[in-house]
Design a protein around this ligand. Structure first.
Ligand SMILES: Cc1cc2nc3c(=O)[nH]c(=O)nc-3n(C[C@H](O)[C@H](O)[C@H](O)COP(=O)(O)OP(=O)(O)OC[C@H]3O[C@@H](n4cnc5c(N)ncnc54)[C@H](O)[C@@H]3O)c2cc1C
Length: 430
């Protein structure tokens, strides 16, 4: 079994991605209109939109393109956020609310539109997402969710228990709903494709170039890396769960949690035929959800929340092994070929955040596990702000950064909650 606990090297995505390129390291002093920090979806989508509009962009990534969560995700492109659309409209009011909901509803179009427009090869598949319900009570919750999206014209439908058993290939669930706006991608290939498209549009992309300081100098921002610097009018920060101390306090606006995934060997047709036969991806209604899908070679991928440690290894695969064995007992003897993990950035209000940190410094982060769609979207909105849009023009609130008070305590509470939720899930859905 190949492992990738603290990097993407050795993950399924690293082993199967296309589009690897010899990006240079930043050496010497560069001048740009915009400096972007972070080579995940947020940073690369922002760089692409800006370079496409004729802006001089230099992106610095501490490790390699896709090294963070974007190269490790489940690759599930799920429109919307974890709140239901009625809740979001109530939160944001009659003016911003409907525009906000329409925007987050469009993340599937955003991602698959970028893939089409830039010809990105990334096993893109748009056959929908299933949210199977783990209890009769959860069926009632998803009925409301589905009805709210249907009222807004989304291509969604309720799925009864028998049909869900066929679509998942397991009779574990009580029914659920299907969202046909969704799909999945090879996430590292998608990330590399965004970076390559940004470079073709004129952006400079630098790897192994951690930004170690950011200072105001002669009316501009100077971003320093170990071997160089970028001086720019504007700086965009897209570092999500891997945010460090570059901008004081920003790391304390998100609580990083670990998500762990494993992939089986490609399933032989006799075993694989009945498992997700419609090509859906899925994540269920547990408090600590199981998320699963097939890859292009027919492997089954299973992911879930793991203890917070950077050195997660084979011994930690037990939780996802138990999920696979429970859902698909016929796969008990099928070994895992890969496992890996990464940081998901949670926020206190469970919403992604777009901040203006200072005049000319912006950040987007805190995707709460929905970043495959949301991060490219917020990357584009960051670019629109740089290109002259006013915060009120964009369909997403621009807020001041608010570090979480009592941060170390919050992290401890969040991790204790994970243990509590795991216990509740195991009691209620034994
Ligand atoms: C295991 C896992 C499974 C997931 N599954 C899904 C899923 O199926 N669907 C979904 O919607 N979401 C999923 N997510 C969440 C999603 O992957 C993220 O929200 C999204 O990728 C965040 O993108 P980003 O570009 O903002 O951050 P990242 O991709 O994390 O990129 C941030 C980058 O910033 C770099 N960086 C940090 N500090 C500096 C610095 N000082 N200088 C230079 N570079 C720096 C890091 O090296 C990193 O590469 C998952 C996450 C994980 C970890």
């Amino acid at each position: 079994m190949t492992s990738a606990s603290s990097g993407t090297a050795g993950s399924l995505w690293e082993a199967t991605a296309v589009g690897e390129a010899a990006w240079p390291t930043l050496r010497g002093d560069r001048r740009a209109d915009v400096a972007v920090v972070g080579g995940g979806y947020t940073g690369c989508a922002a760089a692409l939109a800006l370079a496409g509009a004729g802006t001089r962009v230099a992106l610095v990534e501490a490790k390699t393109i896709g090294w963070g969560a974007s190269g490790r995700t489940g690759g599930q492109v799920i429109p919307g956020l974890k709140f239901d659309p009625d809740e979001l409209e109530a939160m944001f009011g009659p003016e911003l609310g409907p525009r906000f909901v329409a925007t987050v509803a469009g993340t599937g179009d955003e991602v698959f539109g970028l893939i089409d427009k830039h010809g990105i090869t990334c096993d893109a598949t748009r056959r929908g997402w299933l949210q199977p319900a783990v209890s009769p009570r959860a069926v009632e919750v998803v009925k409301q969710r589905c009805a709210q999206w249907a009222r807004r014209g989304a291509p969604v439908s309720l799925v009864d228990r028998a049909r869900m058993a066929e679509l998942i290939g397991s009779d574990l669930y009580f029914g659920g709903w299907e969202d046909r706006r969704a799909g999945h991608v090879q996430p590292l290939s998608f990330n590399r494709g965004l970076a390559a498209a940004a470079q073709r549009a004129g952006a400079e992309i630098y790897v192994d170039s951690p930004a170690t300081s950011l200072e105001r100098q002669d009316g501009r921002w100077r971003l320093t890396t170990p071997a160089g610097s970028v001086t720019a009018d504007t700086v965009l920060i897209g570092t999500n769960g891997y945010t460090d101390g570059l901008w004081p306090g920003l790391a304390r606006t998100v609580v990083p949690m670990m998500s762990f995934q494993a992939a089986t060997v490609p399933l032989p047709p006799a075993l694989g035929r009945a498992i997700l036969p419609g090509g859906h991806c899925a994540s269920d209604t547990r408090r600590l959800l199981w998320y699963f899908r097939r890859d292009a070679a027919g492997r089954l991928l299973m992911g879930g929340r793991a203890p917070y440690r950077e050195d997660l290894g084979p011994a930690d695969a037990g939780l996802v092994r138990a999920a696979v064995d429970r859902l698909y007992p016929q796969l008990r003897e099928v070994p895992f070929e890969f496992h890996w993990s990464g940081r998901v950035a949670m926020t206190r209000d469970h919403l992604p955040h777009l901040h203006q940190l200072a005049p000319g410094v912006w950040a987007a982060l805190g995707y709460n596990g929905r970043g495959v769609g949301m991060a490219p979207l917020l990357g584009r909105l960051l670019a629109e702000l740089v290109l002259g849009a006013k915060p009120a023009d964009i369909p997403f609130p621009v807020t001041a950064m608010r570090p979480i008070p009592g941060y170390p305590f919050t992290r401890l509470v969040a991790r204790a909650l994970v243990r509590y939720y795991r216990l509740r899930d195991s009691i209620e859905h034994a």
